[in-house]
Design a protein around this ligand. Structure first.
Ligand SMILES: [Zn+2]
Ligand SMILES: [Zn+2]
Length: 317
C-alpha cells in the first residue's frame, strides 16, 4: 500500500530513473561540478577511541570493475556509479559521511547522485550515517526487514548486552529486502543474501564485475563477528542465534568469490591491497579467492569454539 513506508519489494527491485535526468551524462560521469560548494555537513560526533581510529581519511580508489572504495580507514563504504545514479553500500558512522562525500567528489562523482543506500548490517559503524546521507541526497534505503527495525530504533533495541554506545540517528527504510532479492540500477545488479547472526538482518551482497575482460564474482560480506557478551545458547533476546550463524556459514561458503570485500577494512586487508594496486601490481591484488575462504574458516572456528564452551558450561556435572 502506498501509505506504508515498508513497501515490500518484489523479487526483482528495479528502480526506474527517468532517462531525462538532467544531472547525469549518458556515460555515468557526473555533470555536477565537483568543485561546487557543498551544503556543509553537521554530523553527530563519536568519542569512543576505537571508533575514532576507524574514521580517519582513506584515499578513494577503484577496487575492481565499477566498484570504488569511498569509506574511511576502518569502516568501508563502496560506491557503484551508474548512468542512472549511484548505489552506496554502508555509510559508516554519521561522522564518516563528510569523508565519503569528499572521497566521492575526489573521484569525480557527485554524492547527490546517490539513489540507493544498501548496508551490511544496521550497527552505528555501518548505518550510522544513513539518516544524514538520506537527508542530503534523497537516496532510498533498501534493507532487510530485521535490520530495518534496528535502523528505525537507531540501534537501541539491539540484542548484545552493551548497546549503550551503539546508538545512532534513526532512519526509516524505503524498501524491505528478502533473501535472493536483486537490486538493479543503471545496469548494475546486486544480489541480497541474508546472513543473520551478527545482527538479525545482517546482509551479504554479491555482484559481478569485469576485470581484464574477465567476469569476477565479488562478495561484500556482512560480518559474522560475535560481539562481547553475546550468548549463542539460551539467548532470550535472540533464541535462534546459533542456528542463524550455522545457516550463515553454510550460505557464505556456497557463494562463489574471487574478490572478497567487507564492512571493515581489516577483514579484507584493505591498506595492503590498496597499496599494491596503486603501485601497479598485476593481476589486481583484490582478486584473491583464498582470502575469503580463510576469513570464513577463522570466523566459523571462533563460533564453534564459543558454542562448544557454552555447551560444556551448560552440561550437568
Ligand atoms: Zn556490527
Ligand atoms: Zn562493524
Amino acid at each position: 500500500m502506498n501509505h506504508n513506508p515498508f513497501r515490500r519489494c518484489l523479487a526483482i527491485v528495479a528502480v526506474t530513473v527517468s532517462t531525462a535526468t538532467p544531472t547525469l551524462a549518458h556515460d555515468g560521469a557526473p555533470s555536477h561540478s565537483p568543485t561546487a560548494p557543498d551544503p556543509g555537513i553537521a554530523a553527530k560526533p563519536i568519542t569512543n577511541a576505537a571508533f575514532l581510529s576507524w574514521n580517519t581519511p582513506f584515499k578513494p580508489f577503484r577496487v575492481v570493475g565499477n566498484i570504488y572504495y569511498v569509506g574511511a580507514s576502518g569502516v568501508s563504504s563502496f560506491l557503484i556509479p551508474t548512468p542512472a545514479g549511484h548505489i552506496l553500500i554502508d555509510t559508516g558512522f554519521e561522522m564518516t559521511v563528510p569523508l565519503i562525500r569528499k572521497n566521492i567528489t575526489a573521484l569525480g562523482y557527485d554524492f547527490r547522485d546517490i539513489k540507493i543506500l544498501l548496508s551490511s548490517h544496521a550497527h552505528l559503524d555501518h548505518t550510522g550515517g544513513h539518516a544524514l546521507m538520506k537527508r542530503l541526497t534523497g537516496a532510498k534505503i533498501y534493507i532487510s526487514e530485521a535490520d530495518a527495525a534496528l535502523l528505525a530504533a537507531g540501534g537501541t533495541n539491539d540484542f548484545p548486552p552493551d548497546v549503550a554506545e551503539m546508538g545512532y540517528t534513526p532512519a526509516q527504510a524505503d524498501h524491505l529486502l528478502r533473501d535472493g532479492d536483486k537490486v538493479e540500477l543503471g545496469g548494475a545488479t546486486l544480489t541480497c543474501h541474508l546472513t543473520p547472526g551478527h545482527t538479525k538482518g545482517c546482509t551479504t551482497w554479491t555482484m559481478d564485475a569485469v576485470d581484464d575482460g574477465k567476469t569476477v564474482h565479488v562478495v561484500f560480506f556482512g560480518s559474522a563477528t560475535i560481539l562481547p557478551g553475546v550468548r549463542l545458547l539460551n539467548n532470550p533476546k535472540y533464541p535462534g542465534i546459533a542456528r542463524d550463524y550455522e545457516t550463515t556459514f553454510r550460505k557464505a561458503k556456497s557463494l562463489p568469490c574471487d574478490v572478497f570485500l567487507a564492512n571493515h577494512a581489516g577483514f579484507f586487508q584493505l591498506p595492503e591491497k590498496a597499496e599494491r594496486l596503486e603501485r601497479g601490481d598485476h593481476p589486481n591484488p583484490f582478486i584473491d579467492p583464498t582470502l575469503y575462504r580463510t576469513f570464513l574458516e577463522k570466523a566459523e572456528n571462533t563460533f564453534r569454539t564459543q558454542l562448544e564452551q557454552e555447551r560444556k558450561a551448560a552440561a550437568p556435572r
